[in-house]
Design a protein around this ligand. Structure first.
Ligand SMILES: Nc1ncnc2c1ncn2[C@@H]1O[C@H](COP(=O)(O)OP(=O)(O)O)[C@@H](O)[C@H]1O
Ligand SMILES: [Mg+2]
Length: 339
């Protein structure tokens, strides 16, 4: 049996179905992200697992134990929320030790555990500082240390990096993953940031309007999005009409009844007259390591991403041919969930 199991989990607020009949199994040591747009029920799901929001229907099972109605403290889970309030009048060390003092852990052991976890989050040099003397990223690490020091069976993170600026956020993504691997702790993280979910998770759970719509490893999710919404939410997608040819192979066809997705980096630019489709460059954006082109075609405007290999980019107005490997076309299902 999975380590954390959600069985038909649901939450109603009056007339609003915040979370609907959610089934999810998380293995021990796994890092799973809940990804979806604002309001889709991510926080509610996490809060039900933490025990801060009462469950309307279904069950939560942790390591074989039904904890659906257990008090939050008795679940003993590590929780880091978006607004992680540290105690301002306590040093880093005391902030981290707080949970252990509450649990009446003996002083010798307490010191050892605090030292160990501060090393883990690389804050052992700052143990005597106060929160106001720390950067945003360092404070975030204190919050993480505070959750980890109680050695919880599961770590719950709700948008833990959303208060950090872009560079720091990326750095902290790798930090969280390193720490999670080192400790081997089962982790559930909520995020609305698809690149964050893809870069650090073992599996990503996509949520829409209170429902799970896809669960897959990051690479599979990106390469095989199930629906139109997911293809556009997880990365960028070109949507094209298509149909199956006599051999059952999917092809792009004007007026075809299938909806196909083709990622911008899967399209090659060729000389005018070559390739599968003709177009004109109508826009060009420099992304640093890549160029993003807008190309107008008879099938609509397509996005094409090309690696910046150091050569001069194409200019707007240039006529080009577009080509792709037909095996990279994905057939999408129509969204069954209201947006
Ligand atoms: N305490 C509450 N009372 C009423 N509605 C709520 C409450 N908390 C959340 N909701 C509603 O439940 C839905 C899911 O919210 P939430 O889980 O916070 O979404 P997310 O974290 O994905 O942004 C939203 O429609 C939200 O307005
Ligand atoms: Mg939320």
């Amino acid at each position: 049996m999975a380590f954390v199991q959600l069985e038909g989990l649901g939450k109603r607020y009056g007339e609003i179905d915040a979370v609907v009949a959610t089934n999810l199994s998380v293995e021990k040591g796994e890092f799973v992200s809940l990804l979806g747009p604002s309001g889709c029920g991510k926080t509610t799901t996490l809060q039900m697992i933490a025990g801060f929001v009462e469950v309307s229907s279904g069950r939560i099972v942790l390591d074989g134990r039904d904890i659906t109605h257990a008090k939050p403290a008795s679940r003993g889970l590590g929780v880091v929320f978006q607004s992680y309030a540290l105690f301002p009048h306590m040093t880093v060390k005391d902030n981290v030790a707080f949970g252990l003092r509450m649990r009446k852990v003996a002083n010798g052991e307490l010191q050892q555990r605090v030292d160990r976890v501060l090393k883990l989050v690389r804050l052992n040099q700052h143990a005597e500082r106060y929160p106001r003397e720390l950067s945003g990223g360092q404070r975030q690490r204190v919050a993480l240390a505070r959750a980890l020091v109680i050695e919880p069976p599961v770590l719950l993170l709700d948008e833990p990096l959303s208060n950090l600026d872009a560079n720091l956020r990326e750095e902290m993504q790798f930090e969280i993953r390193r720490i999670q691997r080192e400790v081997g702790i089962t982790t559930l993280m909520v995020t609305h940031d698809q690149s964050e979910a893809l870069s650090i998770s073992d599996r990503v759970v996509v949520m829409q309007a209170g429902r799970i719509t896809q669960i897959d490893a990051p690479y599979t999710l990106y390469e095989h999005p199930r629906t139109e919404f997911i293809s556009g939410f997880v990365g960028k997608a070109n949507l094209l009409p298509g149909e199956r040819d006599g051999a059952g192979v999917v092809q792009v066809r004007s007026g075809g009844e299938l909806i196909l997705s083709l990622r911008p980096e899967k399209i090659d630019l060729r000389d005018k007259g070559q390739g599968r489709l003709q177009g004109n460059i109508v826009s060009r954006f420099f992304l640093g390591s890549q160029w993003l082109y807008g190309v107008s075609t008879t099938l609509g405007e397509l996005s094409v991403v090309r690696r910046n290999d150091g050569s001069a980019p194409l200019t707007e107005g240039t006529a080009v041919g577009l080509d792709w490997d037909a095996t990279l076309l994905r057939v999408l299902s129509v969204d069954e969930v209201p947006a």
